[in-house]
Design a binder for this molecule. Sequence first.
Ligand code: ZN
Length: 134
Amino acid sequence: MKILKVDHIGIAVKNLEESARFYEMLGIQSTGSEVVAEQNVKVSFFPVGDSEIELLESTSPDGPIARYIEKNGEGIQHLALRVDNIEAALEELKAKGVRLIDEKPRYGAGGAKIAFVHPKSTGGILLELSQRED
Ligand code: ZN
């Protein structure tokens, strides 16, 4: 398993357009927004250097982001690390006894292959592994 970089930091927000204004004020331009139907979220990415900030707004009152905000309020929801081979990374973590939320990768925003690792195994952080070509 090779970790390539911090891919992005995911931030749960109630209103994507309102929250985007802050980052736009900082001079960061969004690359556009996208609905990921499977996860009931609308996301928008703000590139910063070699990483990105991902804003996530729920598209359903019982989606994972809506439930997160209900419990914790708005804020940082996950950390995403880019890996070179997500299937190999998941196999390796599983063999090491790490608790996975996704045993197999699924497709996230921008067609990236993603999988989540359980906070119980990461010291309280919802960790996303991501693989994409760019
Ligand atoms: Zn993410």
